[in-house]
Write a protein of this length. Structure first.
Length: 317
């Protein structure tokens, strides 16, 4: 009996790790190259942009809100980085791209946190506006960085101690934002607002400010993700990050971040992002059509949300 209980505890605590092992084993059966070091490094490189986005989206979700504008903002900041690079240089282009991300996140946060607009409708509208701005800014054309720059190519495609440099960028942000979320007063307030906004007001927490700041953090992360995407591809298109927001959302809720707010972890989001990266990479290696990935995302979202709601109802009882 003791052994059985111990096994159950291990399964509960290490569900995501076990899921990674199962997915890896299944894809390896169909293609032995899946678990080769080169392919695993390729997965780490592929998930870095989504992982950076997940760092910001986690704050928004924990605060009890939603954000559908992530992919559009990443596309715009990627285009900005590419177009400004040859005109003003890489450093100004990088900072301006991140500034755009923060600006869009701040506007969204103001509308949701202070004006109290519906977060779903607001971010959907912001997504449409940002996409329109991207089309106007780029004139719907494809652009590429013409002048070579060693550090940009190094960030996007280089490696350090065997791991992709852009993965180090993701890990650095993961550590920073996990510390903010778990060790600071602001992190506590984000969870309090997401858990019960009305009760948090009675304790003196300004929920509007917390929500607005969460969206600003998400905007910063989207801006950094756009810069990393530009460094990796050295090109830009208006739809270069189209659909990323759903991949990141799926990864976040798969890792235990509640869509109802109040619960989540930036560190655990890594496992969700890695699982989504494994699925995306595995589908290609096995030869499964890409549209099955969207079906998988839908199934994961519906299943996790259903389980989350069931668990919350059980706790309330």
């Amino acid at each position: 009996m003791a052994a059985r209980n111990a096994l159950k505890n291990i399964v509960k605590r290490q569900t995501l790790v076990l899921l990674i092992l199962v997915i890896g084993a299944i894809f390896t059966l169909f293609n032995p190259r899946f678990l080769r070091i080169e392919n695993l490094l390729n997965i780490l490189r592929q998930i870095s942009v989504n992982g950076i986005m997940a760092c910001g989206l986690t704050f928004v979700l924990i605060s009890g809100n939603f954000d559908l504008s992530g992919g559009a903002v990443v596309s715009l900041t990627c285009c900005t980085m590419v177009l400004m690079h040859d005109q003003f240089g890489p450093i100004p282009a990088m900072f301006f791209s991140m500034l755009i991300g923060i600006g869009i996140g701040s506007v969204t946060g103001f509308l949701v946190g202070y004006v109290k607009l519906n977060n779903f409708i607001t971010t959907l509208g912001i997504q449409s506006i940002v996409n329109a701005v991207s089309y106007i800014y780029t004139n719907s054309r494809y652009y590429a960085i013409r002048s070579g720059d060693t550090w940009i190519d190094y960030v996007g495609r280089g490696s350090f101690c065997g791991l992709p440099v852009q993965f180090y960028v993701y890990m650095a942000l993961l550590v920073i934002f996990q510390v903010i979320l778990s060790k600071t007063l602001f992190g506590y307030q984000v969870k309090a607002v997401g858990g019960n906004a009305q009760a948090s007001r009675y304790t003196g927490i300004r929920d509007g400010k917390i929500v607005a700041t969460s969206y600003a953090i998400a905007g910063l992360c989207y801006g950094i993700a756009g810069v990393v995407l530009a460094c990796r591809s050295l090109t830009s298109q208006v739809e270069s990050a189209s659909g990323f927001e759903f991949e990141v959302l799926t990864a976040c809720i798969l890792s235990g971040t509640s869509l109802l707010g109040g619960e989540g972890s930036v560190a655990k989001a890594f496992f969700g992002v890695f699982i989504m990266g494994m699925l995306k990479n595995g589908y290609v290696m096995v030869g499964i059509p890409a549209y099955y990935q969207y079906l998988t995302q839908c199934i994961i979202i519906l299943t996790v949300v259903w389980v989350d709601m069931r668990l919350r109802k059980r706790v309330e009882r």
